[in-house]
Design a binder for this molecule. Structure first.
Ligand SMILES: C[S@@+](CC[C@H](N)C(=O)[O-])C[C@H]1O[C@@H](n2cnc3c(N)ncnc32)[C@H](O)[C@@H]1O
Length: 450
């Protein structure tokens, strides 16, 4: 007998548990359910739209914490107000007890600051309760034929896999994909740890999966000439195409890679594309609730998927939006009206604007960065404070201008700002012009000009 609640599944055969479910995580899941119940629901405030509406895919980026967003999406999907999600990929903090930096450019300075922390003062239990909240909610937003992939490494992939067995059912396990790479440090104390675990689970037995092929080189690099077997040749010799295996050797985003954004733990587009084409089809909705540098949303939008992306970091929102816009995709940005801390609290700019004969001149008279000391330290903090005092324009990344519509502001013009005064041709903007000033850390502030 399958005992299924809206939130989790477990399997019984008479009195005996099937699939080895030992209820190891009952306490964790109970705490997660209470935390979900108590969590606020994301109150989406449309901030802006950008990019080309005719571009491939459509991304909705939700700036804020993912549990309130997932809670909101689950309620809407269960009420039939929106379609469930075909594929969810998440790359959460790994329980590494480290801080992760992003490197941003301010004038000729490189500033290193904490993009996100992966420290857990309340320990593993706290981490697992949060993971359980996210997993229980992902199960609720997934389509019946959908798949979820959780990206982790040796720190906690063993616990999370067991937790997923309980949330999704052990027989919903599809793969533990090993992503192996060369980069990173090495040691003589043990074998070098050079792989991540990508745990793939389905919502039901009827999931849809697009098998992929990979090259399998013939021994000796020579053709076998078996009847009915197609063989091909490249610079490494003769090969056949076989069903793809679960060990993937894909380079990390290297220091010199054109993909590199400076956002810590950025994942390669090749890895994202492989997951997306295997687990979804063009036109499907896919989601990433820990978007970081925006690798998954970018790959998915380019492959014609509609994307739900979420991250609590304003730098993630800014980096993702810029990557998507550059790719000609269409993207909406939302903030959580119900959240207490917002990206707009971290940055303040005194902006004045003059509109004359179709030209808008925006002048940033002063900027304040109240949270600077929390995000930067050492040399980077000293350099940023120096810039703030003597060349504040270097801390401004862009000034944009657009017109307000029902879905937020549509930005027609975005200029890199290397001066405190920027002029735009705003002759095409009807009604008030809304100006957005973004700092190099991704924080932003809006001003309206009649
Ligand atoms: C490992 S990084 C993701 C990297 C991403 N896959 C990429 O390719 O760039 C984890 C991200 O999770 C975000 N994050 C951590 N806790 C979060 C939460 N509760 N809600 C939303 N985002 C969160 C962090 O800001 C960080 O950007």
């Amino acid at each position: 007998m399958l005992k299924e609640t809206p939130d989790r599944v477990s399997f019984f055969m008479g009195e005996k548990e099937m699939n080895g479910s030992l209820h190891l995580f009952d306490k964790i899941i109970e705490k997660a359910e209470a935390r979900i119940e108590a969590a606020p629901s994301y109150d989406a405030l449309a901030l802006e739209t950008a990019g080309d509406p005719a571009g491939p895919g459509h991304t909705a980026f939700y700036l804020g914490r993912n549990i309130p967003l997932l809670k909101r999406l689950a309620a809407a999907i269960e009420a039939g107000e929106r379609d469930p999600i075909r594929f969810v990929y998440i790359d959460p903090p790994f329980f590494s007890e480290n801080d992760y930096d992003a490197v941003v450019t301010a004038g000729d300075q490189k500033l290193k600051f904490t993009a996100y922390t992966d420290r857990w003062s309340d320990g593993l239990e706290d981490y697992l309760v949060k993971a359980a909240c996210v997993l229980v909610l992902i199960r609720r937003v997934l389509a019946a034929d959908g798949l979820v992939c959780v990206h982790l490494d040796w720190h906690v992939s063993h616990y999370v896999r067991a937790l997923m067995d309980e949330v999704f059912g052990a027989d919903r396990f599809v793969n533990d994909i090993v992503w192996t790479y060369k980069s990173g440090g090495s040691t003589t104390k043990r074998f070098s740890r050079k792989h991540d675990d990508l745990l793939l689970y389905s919502k039901s037995k009827e999931y849809r999966f697009n098998p992929q092929k990979e090259k399998s080189y013939n021994r000796g690099g020579k053709p076998y000439r078996f009847d009915g077997v197609d063989e091909f040749e490249d610079e490494n010799g003769w090969y056949t195409l076989v069903n793809m295996k679960d060990v993937w050797d894909i380079d990390m985003v290297g220091r010199t890679s054109g993909e590199r954004t400076g956002y810590a733990t950025q994942k390669p587009l090749k890895l994202m594309r492989r997951l997306i084409v295997s687990c979804s089809d063009e036109g499907d909705t896919v989601a990433d609730f820990f978007a970081g540098s925006g690798a998954f949303p970018l790959a998915a939008a380019e492959l014609g998927r509609n994307v739900i992306a979420c991250d609590v970091s304003p730098l993630s929102a800014d980096t993702t939006m810029r990557r998507l816009e550059k790719a000609g995709a269409f993207v909406d940005l939302y903030a959580d009206n119900a959240a207490e801390d917002t990206a707009q609290d971290a940055f303040d700019a005194e902006v004045s604007a003059v509109r004359e004969k179709g030209t808008v001149t925006v002048t940033v008279d002063a900027i304040a960065e109240p949270g600077l000391a929390d995000r930067l330290d050492g040399k980077s903090l000293a350099a940023a404070e120096e810039l703030l005092a003597h060349a504040p324009e270097r801390l401004i990344k862009s000034v944009s201008a657009g017109s307000a519509g029902p879905d937020g502001v549509f930005y027609k013009v975005k200029e890199a700002a290397d001066a405190c005064s920027v002029s735009f041709d705003a002759s095409e903007i009807e009604g008030p012009v809304v100006v957005k000033v973004t700092d190099v850390f991704g924080n932003f502030t809006y001003k309206s000009v009649s």
